[in-house]
Design a protein around this ligand. Structure first.
Ligand SMILES: [Cu+2]
Length: 425
């Protein structure tokens, strides 16, 4: 929710009184000069921790366990810890403190990972242990952020625009006092603790991966609209084909036959695993930016990532080819209408000749630490991100992008486990 119009709740507080200049967001204005009605993304200009800008926390010289949640609207955080220099505001040098990542999202990791950097996608939670007893007394440690102020595309440390969002909070390390000192012995991050890990189990027999897509389409006003969809014709929990609704609005826009391609929130359900099955999902990111993809109900394992092989005839600005290319060297898109709310018509795609590399890769050196039960995963552009989950509760849930501006502009779909999916529109 963004107060956009004079008279909206909080418009006076957040817009008028703060002298926010909405006109700087001219791109999002409607034709008649009204306020922004949909934001592609939103990047604030101050970091807030527990309700306070640039939180400063007094710590003593011992080990701390920090539970982190990235509550930013659109910003991927990549955190590092450094010792502050004389001014207390900047890192003293390029040295980074190491810390242990012991868990995330839905539980403990299968083993602690020692790192200097952690990527935290929007909506993700991480559980880390950092040892301040390695720090000098009366020194400050800064939690830095390398995640930029522009949509994340996988390159960490670029797209820094504002002056202030590269620092999240500070820890002032003091010597313990009085009874605090009973607790100064550093707890070693226990590297032999019982591993919980993801351990979802093997995919249920005869299930091939469910291939879903992330798209950048446009809505009925021509505004950029991030959307979900499928790569293949949709089938239900019993393997029956799911068809586009037999209605004029769909037929008139060429949506006939099995449901496939870009879909809006309002289209019938297409993600319909059978109860108690283990499925692999291939998340094909056909858009230009990373999306933190979040599934309700389940936790999942992150299995790996592959590169999408694009057709030679396409380029990064245009992945659409004509109707019937003579031969295709890789993935390309075909334009397709999207039926939205109130029978509005937007634009999306169908994925043709989906092709990817065979070599899986993860990038732990960049701070991707994913050896735990996750429920949100960074799906990078031009990649296929593979996850595995067990759908062990029946009923109606959702899956969506965890960039709030995206999920609220239709990048969300029903996930229905078992029977009854037809009614879950
Ligand atoms: Cu998104």
């Amino acid at each position: 929710f963004y107060p956009a119009f004079d008279g909206d709740p909080y418009f006076k507080d957040f817009i008028e009184d703060q002298t926010v200049k909405l006109s700087e967001w001219q791109n999002y204005f409607g034709e008649n000069g009204e306020g922004p009605t949909a934001l592609a993304e939103y990047f604030g200009n101050f970091m807030i921790v527990n309700g306070i800008i640039w939180t400063r926390m007094r710590v003593i010289n011992r080990t701390y366990r920090l539970r982190l949640l990235n509550g930013c609207d659109s910003r991927f955080l990549a955190i590092e810890f450094c010792k502050a220099g004389e001014d207390g505001k900047d890192c003293e040098d390029t040295t980074r403190l190491t810390f242990h990542v012991i868990g995330g999202d839905q539980g403990l990791a299968d083993e602690p990972k020692l790192t200097e950097r952690l990527l935290i996608e929007t909506g993700a939670r991480y559980d880390v242990i950092i040892n301040f007893s390695d720090s000098d007394i009366d020194k400050r440690i800064i939690m830095k952020n390398l995640g930029g102020d522009k949509p994340f595309n996988g390159d960490i440390g670029v797209n820094q625009v504002f002056d202030f969002t590269d620092r999240i909070m500070a820890f002032d390390v003091n010597a313990c006092q009085d009874e605090e000192c009973d607790d100064v012995s550093p707890i070693k991050a226990n590297t032999s603790f019982a591993s919980f890990g993801p351990r979802v189990g093997d995919p249920t027999m005869s299930n091939s991966p469910r291939r879903v897509g992330l798209f950048e389409g446009s809505d009925e006003f021509g505004r950029l609209q991030p959307l979900l969809g499928t790569i293949d014709s949709a089938t239900d929990f019993e393997g029956n084909t799911i068809y586009w609704p037999d209605e004029d609005i769909y037929r008139d826009h060429g949506l006939i036959g099995p449901m496939n391609g870009t879909m809006s929130w309002h289209n019938p359900t297409t993600e319909n695993p059978a109860i108690d099955t283990v499925e692999e999902w291939e998340i094909w990111n056909l858009s230009g930016d990373a999306h933190p993809i979040h599934l309700h109900l389940v936790h999942f394992e992150v299995l790996g990532r592959y590169d999408i092989t694009w057709d030679d005839e396409t380029n990064e600005d245009d992945r659409v080819l004509g109707d019937d290319p003579v031969s295709s060297t890789g993935t390309y898109l075909k334009s397709q209408s999207v039926v939205g709310h109130h029978d509005s018509i937007g634009n999306g795609f169908r994925v043709m000749n989906p092709t990817r590399t065979e070599d899986s890769h993860l990038d732990p050196e960049d701070g991707y630490i994913e050896n735990m039960p996750k429920d949100v995963v960074t799906a990078l552009p031009n990649q296929v991100t593979v996850i595995k989950a067990k759908f062990d509760e029946p009923g109606r849930y959702v899956w969506h992008c965890h960039i709030l501006s995206h999920e609220d502009h239709e990048m969300m779909r029903i996930l229905h486990v078992g029977s009854g999916y037809e009614n879950a529109e």
